[in-house]
Design a protein around this ligand. Structure first.
Ligand code: 5GP
Length: 181
């Protein structure tokens, strides 16, 4: 558990949700006349997708994937495994990957390539947050909520040891008192 004084608001709920609404409008415009398959990367992407989907006006379906991520660590393990795959065939579909945050880019680099190999008509990325400072793979999202500094963040789907996903805002974590900066 974290001390409550280690958790600091970075992006308030109102600002975050206003931006998500803008993204929904932009996506609706860009995909006009098409149907989208939203592929949510669990668990972190769930709150973002639920909020975003309310503002998308073109027809859509939703599916979910579980990929390995940080576990309980604050740093990336470097490998990606599929723990749960999507249920539907992708041939000819317009896929929009919904992710909580792009950090090193390893997860999305792997996932985008995988979905493209399944002959989707298009595969694009929509991420709530982008942390470009630690990128090791050349991943660029077509839709980005906010670009952030190199901080460990939680809330709005993002966890620390599986907790704090329910915070309605994005917060960053500072070191505990006495810990080295
Ligand atoms: P990447 O493969 O781009 O390094 O990392 C992607 C995944 O790592 C994200 O989907 C997320 O689950 C996790 N991650 C990266 N940065 C953070 C962070 O600052 N906070 C949390 N809670 N998870 C993060």
């Amino acid at each position: 558990m974290l001390d409550s004084n280690q958790i600091h608001v970075m992006i308030e709920q109102e600002r975050l949700e206003a931006r998500i609404q803008e993204l929904g409008k932009q996506i609706s415009k860009d995909y006009e006349g098409k149907e989208i398959l939203l592929v949510c990367v669990l668990k972190g992407g769930v709150m973002f997708m639920a909020q975003l989907a309310k503002y998308i006006t073109v027809p859509l379906t939703m599916d979910f994937m579980v990929l390995s991520s940080y576990g309980n660590e604050l740093i990336s393990s470097g490998t990606v495994d599929i723990k749960k795959d999507i249920d539907e065939p992708l041939e000819g579909r317009h896929v929009l990957i919904i992710e909580d945050i792009v950090d090193t880019g390893r997860t999305l680099w792997f996932l985008k390539k995988l979905l493209e190999e399944r002959h989707a008509a298009s595969v694009k990325i929509c991420t709530m947050l982008d942390k470009p400072a630690r990128r090791v793979k050349p991943v660029e999202a077509e839709y980005t909520g906010f670009v952030i500094e190199d901080e460990f963040v939680l809330g709005y789907g993002l966890d620390y040891e599986q907790r704090y996903r329910n915070l309605p805002y994005i917060a960053y974590v500072s070191k505990a008192d006495g810990e080295e900066k």
